[in-house]
Each structure stands twice: as C-alpha cells, then as structure tokens.
Design a protein around this ligand. Structure first.
Ligand code: DI6
Ligand code: FE
Length: 414
C-alpha cells in the first residue's frame, strides 16, 4: 500500500477558474498533496491538511522545500515510432525545396515508409525508446503514438504493436492512434481511393480486432487525402466505436476541420489555416485544437493558427511535439511550450494547460492532467518558483522528479 504526503510545495493544480469558463494555474502557494496507491486523495493548503493524512506512520511526509508541483505533462500528438531519419531532406529544405515539393518528389512521409517497412517490431521499439526517454526526462507521463509510416497492413500493425510494447519497458502510459490515412504509398501512386478502400480500411479493422487502436487519425491535405476519403475512414471508425482526430488545415484549408468536427473529433491538429467558422465548428463539437509549433518552425510556416478565434469561441487548445522525422524532429515538450508562446502567442498559463489538462482531453482522458483528488497521481516536481519558468527558458530542463501513478521515478520521494 503506497502512501505519501508531499508538502512545503507550490502547486499549479490546473483547474477551472471560479467563473468556470477556462482552465488556469489555480495556484496553491503553500500546498500539500496526499497520495494513496496510484491516486491523489487530497490537495490543499498546508495549514488545512486533514488529520488522517498527518500521521507520518500512515502517510510518510516529504518536504519539497518550496519546489513547484504540476500535473505530469502529456504529449498528445507524436510519431515517435518510425524507422530511419530525414536529415537529408532537412538539407534539401535549407537549399530551398518546400515541404510539398519534397513530398511530390517522393520524399516526405513516403521516404520514411521504406525505412519503417524494413524494421521489425523489436527494431521499431528500440529506435523509439530514446525518443520516449527524452520526453519522460521532461516530466511526461502520457504519450500518444501514431502509426502512419507503414501504409501496408503488416507494417501498420507492427508500428502499433511496438507502440503498445513501450509501456512494458518504461513508466509511461501510451495511447495509440491508427494513421493509415497518412499518405498514399508508392505502389498506389495516383490511386488514393484504392489505397483507402483496399489497404487502409481493412488494416484499421485488423488493428482494431487486435486491440491496437485507441483513436483513428488522418492527414487531410492537398498532398494527402481529401475530405471524402477521410470520411470513408471515419465512417468505419465510428462503426467500430473508435474516436477520431485529424491532421487538418496544416498547409491549406480544404474543409478538414469541419469534417472532423462533424464526427465529434477528440482533436483537430495543426490548424494553421483554420478560420473563425472552423473555430465555431470546433467549439460546437468540443474538439480540442492541438497546436504543433515544431512543424510550423521546421517548415518555416508563416500562417499562424487562429488563436484569438479559439479563445473567443472557447476552443480548448493543447500543445504537442508532433515528434516525427520530417516536419518536427522535436523531442522536447518544454521547448514546444516555449514555441507555442513565442510563435503562437499563447500565454505560459495556456501553454501549461495545453500540455496537461487540454492534452488529456485531446486523448479522451479525464483521469489525469490536473492535481486534483480522485485523479491519477501523475505529477511533475520542478526546481522552479513560478510555472511560467517552464515555458520561458529555451533548452533547460528544471525537472526534479516525475511521479507516475504514485511512484517516484527518481526515487526522491517514496
Ligand atoms: N503532417 C505533418 O507535418 C507530418 N504528418 C502530417 O500529416 C509529416 C510527417 C513527415 O513528414 O514524416
Ligand atoms: Fe503529426
């Protein structure tokens, strides 16, 4: 029976403000947290700790010496499972080639497909673990992992099998997403409809039957799939009872956001080219806007997502690394938070909410992402005195400890 009382801490509990319309720090500047097994059982001010938690024989006390506690961070959009890398394209891009030009020349996603198809599950897992470790080192306890670099039945299944394996090797929770509609593979070049019907949808059914799919995603873009093709995949996801999310309006506006909102998508991701009507549709469907500044940065994008429209219409905003070998080889959720402030003008409070409670919502999770009684004891403890420091610094990691389901990973408290 694991029990502990953490005290002498500042706590960014991440909760709704009193007028109930948005999440904010909801700071406790001299706070305490009681943990029992993998759950938070009490959070409050240090001078109001209930007697039952004050008995050190039952709840060993740990003085955090004024450090900051936040919910553990969540990376709600990653492609951490993949083969190879795309450093050569990085060079091409710096010599002037654009993302779409590289894609049409057979580069981009399709070039990672070759390396991924050559790897088996163990090799895919082994190459993903260092990327996972980089995220865990910055206080992450939940990672979403997509398929989408196999684009054939066996490799798509292998990617999701490797993603599921991660939890057996690391103290982390993995949510898997089927992204068979990521690109049309070379063998179906010019025939996207046949790929969707003959490979993508049958593979989704097989992955679901094997228990590998927590959500279904797609890439709705001129260089990928149109709304009709995505709708066919989403119809199957809905029939199987699987929630959907979508890469939409990344490079243009072809109606992906409205389509995803019409399916009640958990999240709609990238959304640089989304407009106010799209924001209204997202507000109505409750879809989370997942902002991916790493791709914006790597592609030298200039179109900013409609942040003011999201704020105006109450669209929740999450932030994520989009860790992938092409457009966002980014493995730092803290740098992602910094970029979402510096590029997209989010406040540090919105960025921290975006990497905690809003990221949880983007994954359909309601048991993590806040420091609140009844939630999982997934916490990050930081050597900082204000939560804004987490988005402020560039390339600096102030993590003191990560607590996953009540267990201190660095053994600082137990
Ligand atoms: N949009 C992106 O930026 C990534 N996937 C997507 O749908 C690109 C992935 C890659 O270039 O490998
Ligand atoms: Fe992505």
């Amino acid at each position: 029976m694991l029990r502990m009382l953490l005290g002498n801490a500042k706590i960014a509990t991440i909760d709704k403000t009193s007028d109930g319309d948005r999440f904010s720090y909801c700071m406790r500047n001299n706070g305490a947290v009681a943990i029992k097994d993998d759950m938070i059982v009490w959070v409050g001010d240090a001078d109001a700790i209930p007697a039952e938690y004050k008995d050190p024989a039952k709840f060993p006390y740990h003085d955090l010496e004024g450090r900051l506690i936040t919910p553990a961070l969540i990376d709600c959009h990653t492609h951490v499972v993949h083969g190879g890398n795309r450093a050569v394209e990085f060079e091409m891009r710096l010599e002037g080639a654009g993302y779409e030009e590289i894609a049409r020349a057979g580069g981009g996603i399709v070039s990672t497909v070759t390396a991924t198809r050559e790897a088996d599950v163990d090799e895919l897992l082994a190459s993903a673990l260092p990327r996972v470790d980089a995220l865990l080192a910055e206080g992450v306890c939940v990672i979403e992992v997509k398929s989408g670099y196999g684009l054939d039945r066996e490799t798509e299944l292998n990617m999701l099998r490797a993603a599921r394996e991660i939890e057996k090797h690391r103290a982390v929770r993995i949510k898997t997403t089927f992204l068979g509609a990521h690109a049309t593979p070379a063998e179906f070049k010019g025939k996207p409809d046949r790929y969707i019907d003959e490979v993508c949808i049958p593979t989704l059914r097989a992955a679901h039957a094997e228990g590998l799919v927590d959500a279904v995603d797609g890439f709705c873009e001129g260089i990928a799939f149109n709304t009709d093709q995505i709708a066919r995949v989403f119809d199957v996801a809905r029939a199987l009872g699987i929630p959907v999310k979508l890469h939409a309006e990344q490079l243009s506006n072809i109606g992906g956001t409205k389509l995803a909102a019409s399916y009640g998508a958990l999240s709609i991701d990238h959304v640089e080219y989304a407009n106010e009507d799209d924001a209204k549709a997202m507000a109505a469907s409750g879809s989370v806007a997942v902002l991916l500044p790493g791709a914006f940065y790597t592609l030298h994008e200039t179109q900013l997502p409609p942040i003011e429209a999201f704020r105006k219409h109450g669209v929740p905003m999450a932030v994520a690394t989009d860790c992938n070998p092409g457009t966002s080889p980014l493995m730092s959720i803290l740098l992602t938070m910094n970029m979402s402030c510096t590029f997209f003008r989010l406040t540090p409070e919105e960025a921290l909410c975006g990497a905690t409670v809003q990221a949880a919502r983007a994954l359909g999770l309601d048991d993590t992402g806040q420091v609140k009684a009844g939630m999982r004891a997934d916490l990050a403890i930081w050597d900082v005195s204000h939560p804004a420091e987490l988005s402020y610094r560039i390339g600096f990691n102030p993590l003191f400890d990560r607590i996953f389901g009540g267990v201190s990973v660095k053994k600082s408290v137990r």
